[in-house]
Design a protein around this ligand. Sequence first.
Ligand code: FMN
Length: 330
Amino acid sequence: MSNFDVFKKNSLLFAPMEGITDEPYRLAMLKTFPEWDQFFTDFLRVPTVGKINEKLVHEHYGLRIHANPEWRKKNSFQILTTPRAQTLAVVEILEDMKMHHLDLNLGCPSKKVNSHLGGAYLLSDHKALREVLKTIRDNFTGHFTVKMRIGYRDDKTFSETLKLIEGEGVEAITLHARTRDQLYKGVADWSYITEAVKQVQVPLIGNGDIWIVEDIEKIFNETKCHSVMFGRSALKTPWLAKLYKEYIEEDAHIDETFLLIERKNYLDQYFDALYREYKEVGWEDNLILKRFKSFSRNLFDDYEDFETIRGRFLRSESLAEFQDHLAALK
Ligand SMILES: Cc1cc2nc3c(=O)[nH]c(=O)nc-3n(C[C@H](O)[C@H](O)[C@H](O)COP(=O)(O)O)c2cc1C
């Protein structure tokens, strides 16, 4: 097996997230918090009709990332497709780009996506799922992985789905331990991750509600999963991988007071890096402000008066005002 980072044991993966993990965001993160082992594009929806726009596929990945071998290594491509969509055409473009890692989205719960037989829907239609997996595996020479939920309506076909996926040559499986119908409700049930680890030979990447450093230790110990992936938690603590590696791998004690002092430093680094990357691609201040506000919804929870603080950021009328609030934050 390759030494590609997705297969490096105990990797910490930054999840694909629509509206967030575009090229500037991924660049900001990999430069500022390089402790994250791998990043993903959000899903590229494979079109059903019309000529595939090759440029769009390249841009979805990021032209600058593609041109830099070091950055490329840490950035994977995710697609979302359906049995009727032009999967082959997109896979051929990715082959031409020498994409080293393609991940298939089998978890998206969106009604629209599912009604077109894409995302998590495929977990409930094994004939269609097999067809899609074959099209990709037969035509893609890079690493091929999937990101799935435990089922569509329920968990009845969980084991069967895992076997099918492994049988079609998928090299690693990320499991968000909820069904599609659970959306984001409740807490992800890691016992399905434990089960999946026992049932398949390929690396199993655990995902869902891994919020703090202690959770990372817990999920590794409890489930024996190969690696872990972070979605909302990476938005809440974009420096979480750094904390884990500094404090846990070096066998150090987590000093809560130090963390509280450092969080402002990390927040500054986060917003500074994002600002630089968005400016680099010519974004106007208003667009940057919109993004910054949406990131604010996931931040500041660990401040005592977090509602007041978040409110200030969300009500900012200009990017300068947002940055003033950040400068005033302790
Ligand atoms: C805003 C947002 C966008 C997402 N977009 C994608 C996506 O494009 N592809 C994907 O596979 N999952 C997507 N997800 C799901 C996450 O990758 C992850 O599986 C899920 O949030 C569970 O992990 P968490 O509990 O750490 O958030 C998205 C989640 C969020 C919150």
